[in-house]
Design a protein around this ligand. Structure first.
Ligand code: 5GP
Length: 120
């Protein structure tokens, strides 16, 4: 079972406007903003606006509309940023072994330099 959603997590606070962020995209279901500690020249986090702990939670409990909007938004953001041709990497950490730090689903988009082989 997925652990309960903690509405004091940092991305919940960003969604409520309690903490500022550098938004790159927003729609009814999705917010995307720059990572505060970028690991590549382009490092954006894409999150659903709904209260989902992780990909595990979202894929089981998200509505079809939320899931479609989320996947479409990730692709849209990357295309609009011109990343299709140079290429980019998507990453989602889920749970303890993956070292997920923030318990609100986020997909990382990395780009802007050769990213090297996937490490794990
Ligand atoms: P995780 O390890 O959970 O996949 O990644 C969490 C990410 O959130 C990290 O890359 C970290 O830099 C980013 N992060 C943590 N706190 C904040 C914040 O307050 N604002 C922004 N924009 N990013 C954050």
């Amino acid at each position: 079972a997925t652990k309960p959603y903690d509405d004091q997590n940092i991305f919940a606070k960003i969604l409520r406007g309690e903490i500022p962020n550098s938004t790159v995209y927003e729609d009814d279901h999705v917010l995307a903003f720059e990572d505060i500690n970028p690991q590549a020249p382009y490092h954006v986090l894409v999150i659903p606006k709904g209260a989902y702990v992780s990909w595990d939670d979202f894929s089981a409990n998200g509505s079809d509309a939320e899931i479609a909007a989320f996947i479409r938004a990730v692709g849209h953001i990357a295309r609009e940023a011109g990343l299709t041709e140079p290429g980019y990497r998507l990453l989602a950490n889920i749970g303890m072994d993956a070292h997920q730090e923030v318990p609100h689903l986020h997909v990382h988009i990395f780009a802007g330099r050769p990213l090297g082989p996937m490490l794990v």
